[in-house]
Write a protein that binds this ligand. Structure first.
Ligand code: SAM
Ligand code: SF4
Ligand code: SF4
Length: 348
């Protein structure tokens, strides 16, 4: 390996997929308990002393950028619970190779942080919102913070982000009667909704195929209300397929369960304590933390990333799609045995 790696050396995995985007979980804690993600009331959190500092996160992002990452998404847990987040945003926004800096949040704390985050250089936000009904939201999340989330969305819409998306996980019998309402709400606040198929990941221990509302069904239902829907081309490596109503309104669908898109997946995930996952479903992570500590060997960090990505063969969503016996990926005991299996630790 050369001692100086040129900034543009994009690497590819064994299936020819480039390393393009990185999701960085900045904290594993969350103030909500969404039943498809954190159905238990109590959790064991990652030890505080293991959580990466901003210096370490910045070091990691710089290294990933050397190999082609241009798109960075901050996530959690709930990223807004991480202290001084605007400082981290400013550091990452200042990295010359980071072209796209986004965050996924539940927005409970967004109303008071949106402006500062935007000023610090955050370009885009994706906000999770599964219901417009306060009681339903409480039943889903275990918390009565619906009004705060709506206030967060409305505030975000005023501070000039390049784009706001709303993520709605669609669950049969729970919120699948709100497709039109969510789309209309998104349009009203100047956002774009992305319907997400309910996935059998991490804390979704109660997952069943019957609760998944497929992309096909979502489109059929929306077409019954709005008329013809056109699929846009050029999805590239983005997880959401994009669609357009006749009046030009756009929305997305993330069809990870029924029409997985592993073939174009350029994403990997870094947990708040420095484990690097090559796939959302991966059983094992690669521990980068020792190589991110101050004074650690930078070449060794780069080499671990290079070896990790160039050996990647993960395509779990596609493999699982063919399994007629498909059930939840993990049971609660398995999650308790290793919290890195949780979606709120991997970052979604
Ligand atoms: N707490 C933040 C939030 O909710 O936006 C960021 C982390 S959360 C793990 C990231 C995304 O994962 C959210 O949009 C959430 O809806 C999604 N997610 C979590 N569990 C899921 C599941 N079982 N199926 C589909 N999406 C899920
Ligand atoms: Fe819900 Fe996000 Fe928290 Fe999971 S991490 S419980 S999806 S708010
Ligand atoms: Fe990427 Fe893994 Fe999801 Fe497939 S299952 S899209 S490889 S993260």
């Amino acid at each position: 390996m050369p001692s100086e790696i040129p900034a543009q050396s994009v690497i590819h995995d064994l299936l020819g997929r480039p390393l393009g985007s990185l999701r960085v979980s900045v904290i594993d804690r969350c103030d909500l308990r969404c039943r498809y993600c954190m159905p238990e009331e109590d959790y064991d959190w990652l030890p505080k002393e293991g959580i990466l500092s901003f210096d370490e996160i910045e070091r990691a992002v710089r290294a990933f950028c050397q190999f082609g990452v241009r798109s960075v998404r901050l996530t959690g847990g709930e990223p807004l619970l991480r202290g001084d987040l605007p400082e981290l945003v400013a550091r990452l926004a200042g990295l010359p190779l980071v072209e796209d800096l986004a965050m996924t949040t539940n927005a409970t704390q967004l109303a008071r942080q949106a402006e500062e985050l935007r000023r610090a250089g955050l370009q885009r936000v994706t906000i999770s919102l599964d219901s417009l009904k306060a009681e339903r939201f409480e039943a889903l999340t275990g918390r009565d913070t619906h009004a705060k989330v709506l206030a967060g969305i409305r505030q975000a819409a005023t501070v000039g982000f390049d784009a706001i998306k709303l993520n709605s996980v669609v669950m049969r019998g729970f919120n699948d009667d709100e497709l039109v309402d969510l789309l209309e709400f998104a349009r009203e606040v100047g956002a774009e909704v992305r319907f997400i198929e309910y996935m059998d990941v991490g804390g979704a221990t109660h997952w069943s195929q019957g609760e998944v509302v497929s992309q096909h069904e979502i489109l059929t239902r929306l077409a019954a209300h709005y008329g013809p829907i056109e699929r846009e081309t050029g999805q590239g490596a983005a997880p959401a397929a994009r669609f357009r109503l006749e009046d030009g309104t756009r929305f997305g669908i993330v069809s990870s369960v029924t029409e997985p898109f592993c073939g174009a997946c350029d994403r990997s995930r870094l947990t708040a304590d420095g484990l690097w996952y090559l796939c959302l479903y991966a059983q094992q992570g690669i521990d980068l933390k020792p190589l991110l500590r101050e004074g650690a060997d930078r070449q060794a960090l780069l080499e671990r990333i290079r070896v990790g990505w160039t050996g990647r063969t993960d395509r779990s969503a596609e493999e699982r799609a063919g399994d007629p016996e498909r059930g939840a990926l993990f049971q609660v005991e398995e999650l308790q045995a290793d919290p890195h299996r949780e979606m709120h630790t991997r970052g979604g």
